[in-house]
Design a protein. Structure first.
Ligand SMILES: [Zn+2]
Length: 307
């Protein structure tokens, strides 16, 4: 049986929120089978649980925000991406502020945290959402067009293409395909950092955003070039970060997908619209488990690879 996964033990991280600049502590704790992933705001007078679901996403400007019972958690996508990459099904995430810490701007620190705690296999079958027919969302025309699509696939594969019309971004790889079963998330995707442009950063700061952002947790560009003295971590770090984000955004549906995701210039808002479109068409998907691991997509039965 392909089993659900949680952590062996609890683990902690401290950092600052990218937008709030606020100090925040995270405690990741093991959870029982079929709990799913649940954020818990432990700083509020009464702790509030926010389970991840596509419908819990209430704001997608700049980052994915989830909320429940009047409580919010901003910028969940990089931590969710690490959970997707390592196949963590059940987890409590105690958090002491409104935003997940940005750490180094990628999901590598979260992968390291999860792997240090160790992954525990549980006595319950892992439940996948299997996409049975294509579902697509689209927006804009011509040069403004963007779209995202899920199609049936025995495994989980993502294809992303970017088009930023910026000299530093355009000189890098514009397109990436990543197959979770055949690839190595920790090595090939997790280290890709978020990125921003100085002209936007100034505007965001004036609006009380990006207060925790800087050269140690983002790739920052002026109108011509990358300002980080160490340059890029991958030749195609920008589009790889979009894959990292998409894996996090899509994991908010609450279960791993069996599908191929293909997107052109998509972002947090469109990724969430795609999930809602899928859920709105009950004949486009079903829930499957694998009693016999040999029936599962190749690579899915192995524990996530180390670095
Ligand atoms: Zn991101």
């Amino acid at each position: 049986m392909l089993q659900q996964r949680t952590l062996k033990t609890l683990t902690r991280a401290v950092g600052v929120g990218l937008h709030s600049g606020q100090r925040v502590e995270l405690t990741l704790r093991p959870a029982q089978p079929d709990t799913g992933i649940v954020f818990r705001r432990v700083d509020l007078p009464e702790p509030v649980d926010i389970p991840i679901t596509a419908q819990a996403v209430t704001d997608t400007r700049l980052a994915s925000t989830i909320s429940a019972g009047g409580a919010k958690v901003h910028t969940v996508e990089h931590l969710m991406s690490a959970c997707a990459g390592l196949g963590i099904d059940n987890l409590y995430i105690d958090i002491t502020a409104e935003e997940v810490p940005i750490l180094d701007g990628s999901s590598a620190s979260f992968v390291f945290l999860l792997q240090s705690a160790g992954v525990e296999l549980q006595k319950a079958p892992r439940r996948f959402i299997r996409v049975k027919r294509p579902v697509e969302v689209r927006e804009g025309e011509g040069a403004q067009a963007k779209w995202a699509r899920l199609t049936p696939y025995h495994g989980y594969k993502l294809n992303f293409e970017i088009d930023f019309d910026h000299p530093a971004v355009d000189s890098t790889g514009q397109r990436v395909e990543f197959d979770l079963g055949a690839g190595n998330y920790s090595r090939d995707i997790a280290r890709a950092r978020t990125f921003g442009f100085t002209r936007d950063v100034e505007m965001m700061r004036a609006n009380g955003l990006a207060l925790g952002g800087g050269l140690d947790n983002a790739i920052v560009m002026d109108d011509y070039k990358v300002l980080n003295s160490d340059g890029l971590r991958y030749d195609d770090e920008f589009v790889k970060h979009k894959i990292l984000d998409a894996m996090g955004d899509l994991y908010l549906i609450g279960k791993p997908l069996l599908a191929e995701y293909t997107a052109f210039r998509s972002g947090h808002a469109m990724n969430n619209r795609l999930l809602r479109e899928l859920l709105a068409q009950p004949d486009a998907w079903d829930i499957v488990t694998f009693d016999d691991e040999r029936q599962a997509p190749s690579g899915f039965a192995q524990p996530a690879r180390a670095w």
